[in-house]
Write a protein that binds this ligand. Structure first.
Ligand SMILES: Cc1ncc(COP(=O)(O)O)c(C=O)c1O
Length: 389
């Protein structure tokens, strides 16, 4: 651990474990298992060590690992075909991360606005879209840890889930950028009427609706994308995290209508759409959409939610708001939140907090119902301990 302190710019608060392997829902420090309730920050949607992903990666590394985007790479083509065949997308741009997918989407909005003359890009309070200058400009400054307000002109920041914000969408609106469920900002779910109305208004005004599904997508809510829970379709959408099956990959999905806004030379990425990441991604999306998988996520989400509600009844002074959809869940901890991760760790469970006191649960979507029961029982014991101290 001292090596980290010595050689790394200290931007991460590291958990003091030495992970030697990972399997299913568990990370191992030597022989000690830890139940992973945040799955690599939402990346390992199929848990650790998924066989089909490992096989696809091994086979692809035997063929080639990188050839550059000057060539047509079969894995990228297959994944793009899958995405366009199974989602609203008419075209796709592959990146290495979520932030880069956001940057690509921002570029499309700005290119489109240079044609239409519309200036405003509407974003929301508590949003998190990444840490590059562009994506951080779309984010709440406190949440993306940037010090300057914005590097992008035309940003208009409005309250999330507020009717008044909707009234600001007009003919000057070039685009609206929103997470269906704000992750880093505290697991805040977009209100049904708010998001549906947002879609109607952006359509009416010819503004691009850009949905960030980086954390909420890839089956996490029991739908492939969380916006499907609302019966709406965006113009552009950013995906990442689970889309690479554990390898670095992001994707910007663009509807047919806006498919060809960017032309040759107007965007690019050396590594974007890396063939090894793409085969892993293809193996991942096929499993996520296999028969019964997403329904099981919904069922497990209900089990988790019911268990949390019971704990809230038992500990009303410790548990506040419970939020989320499916297996993307936030639990507001009213007292002792600073002790929570340590107490869970002592009991063999890894958890993540956001906004200081929101327990953010992003378990692998493959987590077993019995593993959820273990988590809920340990959570009960942890809350008891907080009450006693
Ligand atoms: C909603 C959302 N947008 C964007 C990002 C940035 O993605 P990345 O860290 O892959 O660049 C994240 C990462 O947590 C995210 O949750």
């Amino acid at each position: 651990m001292e090596v980290y302190d010595k050689y790394f710019i200290p931007v991460y608060k590291r958990i003091k474990l030495n992970i030697t392997r990972a399997e299913g829902s568990y990370l191992y420090d030597g022989e000690t298992p830890y139940l992973d309730m945040f799955s690599g920050l939402g990346v390992n949607v199929l848990g650790h060590g998924n066989r089909a992903i490992k096989k696809a990666v091994t086979e692809q590394t035997g063929r080639y690992m990188h050839i550059s985007n000057y060539f047509r790479s079969e894995p990228a083509v297959e994944l793009a075909e899958w995405i366009c065949g199974n989602t609203f997308a008419g075209s796709v741009f592959f990146t290495n991360s979520g932030t880069e997918a956001m940057e690509a989407g921002l570029k499309i909005i700005r290119k489109h606005s240079s044609i239409t003359g519309k200036k405003d890009i509407i974003v929301f309070s508590k949003a998190f879209h990444g840490r590059t200058s562009g994506s951080a400009s779309l984010s709440e400054p406190d949440i993306s840890s940037v010090y300057t307000e914005t590097a992008v002109p035309g940003i208009v920041r409005l309250p999330f889930n507020s009717g008044e914000s909707l009234s600001r969408i007009d003919k000057n609106t070039a685009g609206v950028v929103i997470e269906t469920i704000q992750g880093q900002g505290g697991v805040n779910v977009a209100d049904r009427n708010f998001l549906i109305r947002l879609r109607e208004l952006t359509e009416r005004e010819g503004a691009l609706l850009f949905i960030d599904e980086i954390q909420s997508g890839m089956g996490r809510t029991g739908k492939f994308f969380a916006f499907e829970n609302y019966g709406i379709v965006p113009d552009i959408c950013a995906a990442a995290k689970g889309i690479g099956g554990g390898l670095p990959l992001g994707a910007l999905l663009v509807s047919e209508k806006y498919s060809k806004i960017l032309g040759p030379g107007e965007h690019g990425s050396t590594f974007g759409g890396n063939p090894v990441s793409c085969v892993a991604g293809l193996a991942a999306v096929r499993q996520i959409t296999a028969s019964g998988f997403l329904d099981a996520v919904t069922t497990k989400g209900q089990i988790l939610h019911a268990g949390l509600m019971k704990l809230k009844e038992e500990y009303p002074d410790l548990i506040g708001r419970i939020s989320g959809i499916g297996l993307m869940t936030g639990v507001e901890i009213l007292k002792g939140s600073e002790r929570l991760p340590g107490l869970f760790l002592q009991n063999g469970i890894l958890v993540n907090m956001t906004c200081g006191n929101i327990l953010r649960l992003l378990p692998p979507l493959t987590i077993g119902e019995n593993e959820l029961e273990v988590f809920l029982s340990v959570f009960g014991a942890v809350l008891k301990e907080i009450v006693m101290k």
